[in-house]
Ligand binder design. Structure first.
Ligand code: NDP
Length: 342
């Protein structure tokens, strides 16, 4: 084991605007022998998520920023490569809060290490449709959006990890699902493959009119993932009693000064008859994860909840893939393949 090296990508400078290669440093460090009670996890799949951009800055947030000189916060799935804990055995497959690195040494009783069944579902899917993004779609839509059959549900970033699940769950509940996504390829995917009723290409230059045409009965639930121009186009179409779960506003994440950005709270809060709108965090529903995990897995197994993944190969490509995620280069969940599946 002393031969093994951990490749990690650490933050060395807080990005201004879009993250640049030299905001990060790739390091290769020898992995020390395990102490009693510790385990070594080899990362197989690394998750890239828009929230990581926020952690690279040191402005006030619901979570502390990434410490300079440390790997960027991230979740991963992988395999226990060595164990000095009674709880885990070599070959066990797990989900872990790893950070951007290829190996993790942690305590066997670390609550952030959870078993995942790689025989039931691909290891990668526990970071997407069966992981945090899937649960975000589930709780944000059901608990905050509270859709009823027959209502119109609009979701932005509709071809992404969260948005693709939101629209499909809305359809399962008997709603009209309308996506908003960037480009014809993504819009075709959203309607033809995922079964949304319509998808509006916000880059086509006719957003307000196209959205109004796709929502002839107005909008009852808007699941907010992006903010900006899409939020402004949605606002006048909201019906009385509409609900707006504010999940995120990725269009602003690379803004040089977030305090100057018009947020969805500004857009929806300033309407003459504001909809019910609030930010939610998936972690608020931690006690109910077993319910979501079971339901999402059931829908996937039944073919009712489809998903795609965009994969960057090799941990050295993490920064470029992360930039791509914020530019919309991903279709579905953005992952990095760090090692071969066990
Ligand atoms: P996605 O897989 O949806 O990837 C991000 C997508 O955002 C891109 O593919 C791109 O799609 C879209 N995008 C980027 N820039 C813009 C822009 N200027 N205008 C419109 N769309 C843009 O990511 P996730 O599914 O992981 O996350 C979606 C949202 O959910 C994010 O806001 C994220 O922060 C939030 N989130 C919140 C959680 C919570 O607990 N509140 C938990 C998890 C995620 P396109 O090509 O269509 O532009």
């Amino acid at each position: 084991m002393s031969e093994l090296h951990n490749t990690r990508i650490v933050l060395v400078r807080r990005p201004e605007g879009e993250p640049q290669d030299d905001d990060f440093e790739i390091q290769s460090l020898p992995i020390p022998p395990l102490a009693e009670g510790e385990i070594l996890i080899q990362v197989v799949w690394l998750s890239l998520d828009p929230y990581m951009r926020g952690r690279m800055s040191d402005r006030k947030s619901y979570a502390p920023p990434t410490v300079l000189g440390e790997p960027v916060t991230a979740e991963a799935t992988g395999v226990v490569a060595a164990s000095r804990s009674e709880r885990w055995h070599q070959g066990d497959t797990v989900c872990v809060r790893s950070g951007w690195q290829s190996y993790v040494v942690t305590r066997g009783d670390d609550p952030e290490v959870t078993a995942v069944d790689a025989k039931a579902h691909p290891l990668s899917s526990y970071l997407g449709v069966l992981g945090m993004p899937g649960r975000t779609a589930y709780f944000g839509l059901l608990r905050v959006g509270k859709p009823r059959a027959g209502e119109t549900v609009v979701v932005s970033a509709a071809a992404g990890a969260v948005g693709s699940a939101v629209g499909q769950i809305a359809k399962l509940l008997g709603c009209r699902a309308v996506g908003v996504a960037g480009g014809p390829v993504k819009c075709r995917y959203v309607t033809s493959e995922l079964g949304f009723d319509a998808c509006v290409d916000y880059k086509a230059g006719n957003l307000e009119a196209d959205l109004a045409a796709a929502c002839p009965d107005g909008i009852d639930v808007y699941f907010e993932n992006v903010g900006g121009a899409v939020a402004r186009a949605v606002a006048p179409l909201l019906n009385p009693g509409a609900r707006v779960p504010i999940c995120g506003f990725v269009s602003a994440y690379n803004a040089p000064d977030m305090t100057q950005v018009e947020t969805p709270f500004d857009v929806f809060g300033s309407l003459p008859d504001p909809p019910e709108h609030r930010f939610f965090l998936v972690f608020d529903y931690a006690a109910e994860y077993p319910e979501a995990n079971a339901k999402l897995a059931e829908w996937v197994a039944q073919g009712k909840l489809k998903y795609r993944e965009t994969v960057a190969h090799g941990i050295e490509n993490t920064v470029a893939a992360f930039r791509g995620l914020l530019r919309g280069k991903n279709l579905g969940k953005q992952l990095v393949a760090v090692a071969k599946e066990p």
